[in-house]
Every structure is written in structure tokens, then in C-alpha cells.
Ligand binder design. Structure first.
Ligand SMILES: [Zn+2]
Ligand SMILES: [Zn+2]
Length: 299
């Protein structure tokens, strides 16, 4: 017999899931798995290609013409845009909900940025193609841990690995291809074009990749905290609180012109923020030193 409380606590339910009820990796941490990585692992667990899972299970439920067309007639129209599945727009919502039902887990939502849909615009949020830390991948492989792609690595504002103090890599070391988040035969950690392993050993004595700076580290820590906090925030962050905090920041910077000069963001853009007409993209937030506290709580 299952313990009811622990079963529910794990985000599971008692109805029988259509796909294996696999927990996303790294929930409640900065290294939470991304939705596209989770889809890839679910496919592997069922011994089918990602393309097969999408064609036979997800596409019919989602009833989206462009996915069905791409799945049955070939072409990459769907796979070229899979970066949006890790973001906070409608496609991320549709895929996360569909998968949530199929694996019977409520925590699939946290493999996307949907928790912040009210306060972070989806434009400019996700990278178009994958990037990764080759040293993290290699360490997981050696330790026999599951290979996956964290959500943080999919975001445009995150370009470094704080653990290894290096820049993320965005091209296959063998064929130099950029790698889509999903592909019909993709496997986490491998190039879908030439099948090369994307990990690499770390040698502290050899100059590795370009060193990172403090500002980038701050941004990375901040985005990691936002991702790790998503499962514990009881109410979705609201746009009203963000707007109030933006006004507070603009007031303490004295005026719009000064903040515009400090951040090199056009004055008209800051004016729109100050008057609640638009909200800043995540990269612009960090240019203005607006951090997670501004997004989540009142001053
Ligand atoms: Zn790393
Ligand atoms: Zn390659």
C-alpha cells in the first residue's frame, strides 16, 4: 500500500498514468530540469524516439496543426521552435499541461517559466538553441547520474556555469552545429546531427573557456533562485507588485533620465515601465539591477 500523504506530496495522484510517472530532476534547486529535457528523458524511458512520442501521444492531444503536419509530413517547422516550450507562453502551458496529465504529476509546470508568466514577458526569455556546460555533463556521466538540460541553461540571461566558472557552450565540438532543444532522435547530452558527446573533462591547469565576471555570476545566482523558488510560492507573482516596485526603483534613482543613462536603456522604455504600460524583459530587468525580490514581494 502507498502512503497517501507522501504520494500526494510528491506531486503524484492515484489515477494510473499513461506514461511513466518520472520525477523531473533537480526540483526546488537552481538546476531544475527543463521541459524539453524532461520530454527527452520520458521518451528514452519508454524506449521510443522523441519524434515518436510527440507524433503518437502529444500531437493528437494538443491538436495543433503545425505539430501534426511536422510529425506526419516531415520537416522541422515544429522542432525549430521548441525553445518556446521552456518559457512562459501558451505553447509552454499547453505542453506542460498535456504532459502533466500523461505522467500524472503536478510539478511538470516547474520545468518551465510558467510560474512567472505575469511578471516576465515571454519575448526575449528563451534562447533559440541549446547551450550547456560540458564539465557538468561530463561529471554527471562519470558519476553515472542521469544526463539532463537544466531550465536555467535555456534562458537568454544565463550564459555561464557558476560551478565551473565558465561560459556555456552553444555549438557541437565536432560538427559545429547549433543544437535544437528537441529533435526527432535527440538524446540529452549528445549532438542530434553527428551523435557526438557534448561533455568534456575539466582541467584546472589548462586555461578552459573565457572566465566569467561578477555581474554575470550575480545574474546567474538570481535566475537560479527564481527557478528554485517556483515550487514553494503559493500565489503566482503579480504584475501589480512588479509595477509598484519598478516605480519605487525609478523614484530612488531620482528620475527616468538618470536610470536610462545608468542602464543604457532608452528613456522611452523606462517611461513605459514607470507608467505601467509595459513590463521589462528579463534581460532588461538585470540591466537595471531589478532582482527576484522586486518580482516576488513588496518593498
Ligand atoms: Zn558546469
Ligand atoms: Zn555534432
Amino acid at each position: 500500500m502507498c502512503n497517501e500523504e507522501s504520494y500526494l506530496k510528491e506531486g503524484s495522484c492515484f489515477s494510473r498514468s499513461k506514461l511513466y510517472n518520472i520525477e523531473p530532476i533537480g526540483l526546488n534547486t537552481a538546476y531544475t530540469e527543463s521541459l524539453t529535457s524532461y520530454i527527452t528523458r520520458i521518451s528514452k524511458a519508454h524506449s521510443v524516439y522523441v519524434g515518436t512520442l510527440i507524433k503518437l501521444e502529444l500531437a493528437p492531444i494538443l491538436d495543433k496543426y503545425y505539430i501534426l503536419n511536422s510529425s506526419f509530413n516531415g520537416g522541422n517547422s515544429f522542432y525549430s521552435y521548441t525553445h518556446i516550450l521552456n518559457g512562459n507562453g501558451k505553447n509552454a502551458d499547453d505542453f506542460a499541461n498535456a504532459l502533466s496529465e500523461m505522467v500524472c504529476r503536478k510539478d511538470i509546470l516547474f520545468t518551465t517559466m510558467l510560474s512567472y508568466r505575469n511578471v516576465i514577458p515571454y519575448q526575449g526569455l528563451s534562447k533559440n538553441t541549446a547551450s550547456w556546460c560540458p564539465f557538468c555533463l561530463e561529471e554527471w556521466r562519470i558519476a553515472n547520474k542521469p544526463i539532463y538540460m537544466p531550465l536555467a541553461w535555456t534562458l537568454k540571461v544565463s550564459n555561464i556555469c557558476n560551478i565551473h566558472n565558465t561560459r556555456l557552450v552553444s555549438r557541437c565540438p565536432i560538427c559545429n552545429s547549433k543544437i535544437p532543444f528537441l529533435h526527432r532522435k535527440i538524446c540529452n547530452g549528445y549532438c542530434p546531427r553527428c551523435r557526438a558527446w557534448l561533455g568534456r573533462g575539466y582541467d584546472q591547469n589548462v586555461s578552459q573557456l573565457i572566465k566569467t565576471d561578477d555581474w554575470e555570476k550575480w545574474v546567474n545566482c538570481n535566475i537560479g533562485e527564481l527557478i528554485s523558488m517556483a515550487p514553494v510560492i503559493s500565489i503566482l507573482p503579480s504584475r501589480e507588485i512588479l509595477e509598484e516596485n519598478l516605480k519605487h526603483i525609478i523614484n530612488t534613482s531620482n528620475n527616468i533620465t538618470r536610470l536610462s543613462k545608468l542602464t543604457e536603456i532608452p528613456k522611452s522604455t523606462v517611461w513605459y515601465w514607470a507608467n505601467g504600460k509595459t513590463i521589462p524583459r528579463l534581460d532588461k530587468c538585470y540591466c537595471s539591477a531589478i532582482d527576484k525580490i522586486d518580482v516576488l514581494s513588496r518593498w
